[in-house]
Write a protein that binds this ligand. Structure first.
Ligand code: HAM
Length: 437
């Protein structure tokens, strides 16, 4: 602590969010609540490298996508290899599944992951350069029941957080058999429109993406554009119908958005997005879909898969927009205030309470009762244990409820049980959802 320190301070890189207490507790709860859905549905955890060979994303995600062509953090390592900080998770999971032959065992292979991804986007509220996702991938089955399972799992996760202000949009992007013919129809339609050069160029590279244009003059011209959903072949139409019926049966509410455009090239058939109205422009809180050609594109067998990525940063923003604070209401259950010579006994007590599963902190530094109680109050713990020399002689500690102000002496040997009972019967450590019921 040098008051004369004149060295320049260093700030976090632009567009990188940080989560500090107390908000970080809600952040962790969002991640854990969503990820629990994957464990409940039998998905195994996969921990993947944060950087991969650049070619993985170029081939897997698609060279013409914004993500690959404009947003990748690519660097050359000391061995001259081109590496890229992962912009998304699906390609890496697929690489790993192929490399470790997981697709030679029981199918579908069901995996989940969570962590940071990197996209050099223009930062704004809810759009970051380091973003975090929780994702799942289920590889090796094209059963529509798997589509319904994956979609419903995400929906359950959001509902478990208490979110209500979002909608699920779904569509089908067809397959390698029916999409080329539709694409030709769309290209022919777009050629007849009055579009600027840049949009014409986009129409040439990926005509589907033009459907996502947000400018009113373009939207107007696109009113009669042919839509993939009306040009699905029989197998794709049947598949989509089955997915819809299964979602209906599961009570998962959705709207069909035939103009949905995803930013990654690997999607086929079912694709979906969760859109939240409380987030402004960055309203996509999660999205995913099926990818029939990805495994073979990356050198593996011809197996279909489906998955999603849910933006954790945006899920937290959505909770905040709805006034929800996921996670425990307080960071602590108990705060111990040791006075004078009782400090040694108090240290043992703190250790004992933590072993009993109580979130416990204590006062540090020599302080009088008044200062120590102020620190106890600031800690937010609903229960404070004061232990002074006279208490020690009597074999007790004083337990104070910060809610009621009541104080009772409790024999030291019974403290852990006494406090545990109090904590489990009070709602202060319960997650938000339980409190609301
Ligand atoms: P994605 O739609 O690119 O899909 O990203 C998934 C989610 O990540 C988005 O819905 C959004 O919530 C969040 N996200 C994306 N970019 C940002 C950003 N710059 N800042 C904050 N949040 C962001 C994928 O990444 C696919 N891998 C999902 C998937 C898995 N599809 C099949 N399997």
């Amino acid at each position: 602590m040098n008051a004369d320190n004149n060295k320049a301070k260093i700030a976090a890189p632009k567009g990188v969010p940080e989560y500090l207490p107390p908000v970080s507790a809600a952040w962790l709860a969002v991640k854990e609540t969503l990820a629990r859905q994957a464990t409940l549905a039998g998905y195994g955890y996969i921990e993947l490298p944060v950087f991969e060979e650049t070619a993985l994303f170029v081939r897997g995600v698609g060279e013409s996508t914004d993500v690959v062509s404009k947003e990748m953090y690519t660097f050359t390592d000391r061995g001259g290899r081109s590496l890229t900080l992962r912009p998304e998770g699906t390609a890496g999971v697929m690489r790993s599944v192929i490399e470790h032959s997981l697709d030679r065992g029981q199918l579908p292979v069901k995996l989940w992951y969570a962590g940071p991804f990197f996209r050099a986007e223009r930062p704004q509220h809810g759009r970051y350069r380091q973003l975090q996702q929780f994702g799942v991938e289920a590889i090796g089955s094209d059963d529509p029941a798997l589509d319904a399972e994956v979609i419903t799992m995400a929906d359950n996760g959001y509902r478990e957080l208490g979110l209500t202000g979002y909608r699920l949009e779904i569509t089908s992007l067809g397959c390698g058999d029916c999409r080329p013919a539709y694409r030709e129809k769309l290209v022919a339609f777009l050629e007849g429109l009055d579009l600027d050069d840049a949009t014409r160029e986009r129409a040439r590279i990926n005509p589907l993406r033009v459907l996502d244009d947000k400018r009113p003059e373009v939207i107007e011209q696109l009113a009669d554009a042919p839509l993939m959903i009306d040009h699905l072949d029989e197998a794709c139409a049947e598949h989509f119908g089955a997915v819809r019926a299964l979602l209906d049966a599961a009570g998962t509410t959705y709207v069909v958005n035939p103009r949905m455009v995803r930013g990654l090239d690997y999607y086929t058939r079912t694709t979906f997005e969760f859109v939240h109205d409380g987030l402004g422009a960055q309203s996509g809180i999660g999205g995913g879909g099926r990818y029939d050609g990805l495994m073979s594109e990356l050198g593996g067998q011809e197996l279909s898969g489906i998955g999603f990525g849910l933006g954790l940063d945006r899920a937290l923003l959505a909770c905040q927009a709805e006034g929800l604070t996921p996670g425990p209401a307080t960071a602590l259950d108990v705060y111990v205030v040791p006075l004078g010579a009782a400090r040694h006994r108090a240290a043992l007590l703190v250790a004992e309470l933590r072993r009993a599963g109580l979130r416990t902190d204590q006062g540090f530094g020599e302080r009088g009762l008044k200062g120590a109680m102020k620190a106890a109050d600031r800690s937010g713990a609903p229960l404070v244990v004061v232990i002074g020399e006279r208490d020690l002689e009597a074999g007790v500690a004083q337990v104070k409820s910060m809610d009621t102000g009541d104080q009772v002496p409790v024999p030291l040997g019974e403290l852990a049980t006494y406090l545990t009972t109090l904590v489990s019967t009070s709602s202060t450590s319960e997650p938000m959802k339980e409190q609301k019921q």
